[in-house]
Design a protein around this ligand. Structure first.
Ligand code: ADP
Length: 394
């Protein structure tokens, strides 16, 4: 494996890792540590030969988990570590070498993303201890959206909140939207045009892209704004907080938990946050699952329609993420609710998409195109890390 970059994505209870070689198609050693800090903490992944590995890590925290990941690297030495950092605020828009000054700056931004950045930074600290001489690079989820114009990123709130507190829309899933946008520019015969991307995983967001740059997106100050997600509500009336507080005496922490962990597909269905489970239950006439899928698709179609306002022209829509890549019926339902844009899905091509493969699923002609493109955030983070290291110092 040539000059691999170790990509690390630390969440509050998990660490995803991938050793990404410089050759794009070369096999990767990758995996996931789940349930950090719990007795049943476990590392699962694949080794260099594609064989599955699974290891109990009993109660491992970030540091023990990172050591276990290092042992899984089979003696391969990364040339650098690329970290996914969720929030870069307004200060960080490009990949940035992580030194003590940058880390101090990032700690101040953590207030903007209390559910994400502290975990990302714990991962950086553990990785720096294990690989003290390797360059460590931060790649921000917000970075790709730094090209949003003020009309898209400002909330209709008093100016001082923006100026003094950084209250604005930032957008997330930037590495995914950037990767998919570059791929569709390569694959389609309409490069650098107007594209909408629907990233549909556990977190979901849409993005409008004009000439390769993000011009609007559905997530905002935090990754809670916008679409219905696995356990996140997406948009609700901003008056809801005051209402729940007055009516039920709920604290802000309680409301935060409700909106981030108990809502979305899970809250609507009362069953699961997993789309596969919901599709199965809906087929068996489970009312909650049926409603959850209906609201998910309608809200997604509404978001895509709204984002066309950001584009001078619509060249096409791309679906990505676990749901976007695999759930043909969800794609069909969403496109069905957008009859005004001349989108025409090919039922055969849509049904025939193969997991993990890129493909076009519209009926052809001069209409806006419809693509399914598997996302690869790790490839983007590794590429940005390499780009930074290869840029000569000023
Ligand atoms: P994450 O945001 O955690 O990376 P993923 O991109 O893996 O999440 O997406 C997870 C979602 O994708 C889950 O809701 C899961 O049910 C859904 N999904 C995965 N495969 C399928 C499938 N074959 N059909 C429908 N949904 C699927």
């Amino acid at each position: 494996m040539q000059d691999p970059v170790l990509v690390i994505n630390c969440g509050s209870s998990s660490i995803k890792y991938a050793l990404v070689p410089s050759a794009p198609q070369a096999p990767r050693l990758a995996g996931l540590v789940e349930r950090l800090g719990a007795v049943d903490a476990r590392l699962t992944g694949t080794d260099r030969r594609g064989q599955r590995v699974s290891r109990a890590l009993n109660g491992a925290g970030y540091h023990e988990a990172m050591s276990a990941i290092q042992e899984q690297l089979e003696g391969l030495s990364p040339v650098a570590v690329g970290h996914r950092i969720v929030h870069g605020g307004e200060r960080f828009s490009d990949a940035t070498l992580l030194d003590d000054t940058v880390l101090r700056g990032l700690e101040t931004i953590s207030e903007l993303a209390p559910l994400h950045n502290p975990a990302n930074l714990e991962g950086v600290a553990a990785t720096r201890r294990l690989f003290p001489v390797l360059p460590q690079v931060a790649v921000f989820d917000t970075a790709f959206h730094q090209t949003l114009p003020p009309r898209a990123y400002r909330y209709a709130l008093p100016e001082a909140l923006y100026r003094n507190q950084g209250i604005r829309r930032y957008g997330f899933h930037g590495s995914s939207h950037a990767y998919v946008s570059r791929r569709v520019d390569r694959l389609s015969d309409r490069p650098h045009g107007g594209w909408l991307i629907a990233h549909l995983g556990n977190g979901c967001s849409t993005c409008a892209i004009w000439q390769g740059r993000s011009v609007d997106t559905s997530m905002g100050l935090t990754p809670l704004e916008g679409l219905v997600m696995g356990t996140r509500s997406g948009d609700v009336d901003p008056g809801l907080h005051a209402h729940l507080s007055r009516r039920l005496g709920w604290s802000l922490e309680r409301i935060d938990t409700l909106l981030n962990k108990e809502s979305g597909l899970l809250g609507l269905s009362g069953l699961s946050n997993d789309m596969r489970r919901l599709e199965q239950a809906a087929a068996e006439h489970h009312a909650g699952a049926t409603l959850a899928i209906e609201v998910f698709c309608y809200r997604l179609a509404k978001s895509l329609a709204a984002l066309t306002c950001a584009l001078p022209r619509l060249d096409g829509i791309v679906f990505t993420g676990g749901i976007g890549e695999n759930a043909a019926a969800i794609r069909a339902r969403v496109i069905d609710q957008l009859p005004h844009f001349g989108l025409r899905l090919s039922a055969t091509a849509n049904a025939r998409t193969v997991a993990g493969q890129e493909g076009r699923v519209d009926a052809g002609g001069s209409h806006p195109q419809i693509w399914v493109i598997p996302t690869d955030e790790e490839a983007h983070i590794a590429a940005e890390t390499r780009r930074l290291l290869e840029t000569p110092c000023p």
